[in-house]
Design a binder for this molecule. Structure first.
Ligand code: UDP
Length: 193
């Protein structure tokens, strides 16, 4: 059951709830998208119907940011804890390692994404890494082919908002074997630190 704030959907699921739901969808070959919702995005959605559509058409809208929690509390809603983009990514990395799902990393500067991956390899030695591309790559079609050929099942897209969400929207139908898409903003920078 989704909650709605100023017309924007927010999922009340916890990290564990999302992973469990995702597993079921993956078993049926269904693609899922995860978008982080914060007050800036809720406000942008008021000005721009396209932004609202982009958020509401995602599979999971996670309540990143304390502002959404405050709104939930005022409305007496069901959302009691934050689900941040970076922690969602951490939970998905653990899930990918346990289940052997290959992961692709797209976005951020070359030195940031490579350092993030080497840190992730150190803490998740069994994680299958399908590949990576920095976020300043120009040829979108070639990148999509590369991702498709990599065997990735989960992709993290770190281009900032709304660039990453628009990239996911444009390309997910061309990547039928990628089942989980998360727009992660500056999270590669966090993992590289
Ligand atoms: N970025 C990118 N390509 C671009 C623009 C941005 O790869 O064309 C990367 C940038 O290097 C940084 C991330 O996207 O790693 C943006 O993070 P930011 O914290 O600005 O995103 P937010 O979470 O605020 O949307």
């Amino acid at each position: 059951m989704k909650e709605k704030y100023l017309g924007v959907h927010v999922s009340p699921l916890s990290y564990e709830g999302i992973i469990e739901d995702l597993e079921g969808r993956m078993a049926h070959g269904r693609q899922s998208t995860i978008i982080a919702v914060n007050p800036e995005k809720v406000m942008a959605a008021q000005r721009d119907e396209q932004v609202k559509k982009l958020i509401n058409s995602s599979t999971y809208q996670i309540a990143d940011g304390i502002g959404i929690l405050l709104a939930a509390r005022l409305k007496g809603g069901n959302i009691n804890s934050r689900v941040t983009g970076v922690d969602m990514m951490a939970n998905l990395l653990k899930f990918a390692e346990e289940q052997g799902h290959p992961v692709y990393f797209y976005g951020a500067k070359e030195e940031v994404v490579t350092k993030a991956i080497s840190n992730i390899r150190a803490t998740h030695p069994a994680i299958p890494i399908a590949g990576y591309t920095n976020g300043y790559h120009k040829d979108e079609d070639a990148l999509v082919r590369k991702i498709r050929d990599s065997g990735a099942r989960i992709i993290f897209v770190a281009l900032g908002s709304p660039k990453q969400e628009l990239w996911i929207q444009r390309n997910m139908s061309k990547l039928p074997n990628v089942l989980v898409f998360q727009g992660v903003g500056g999270s590669f920078d966090v993992f590289s630190g």
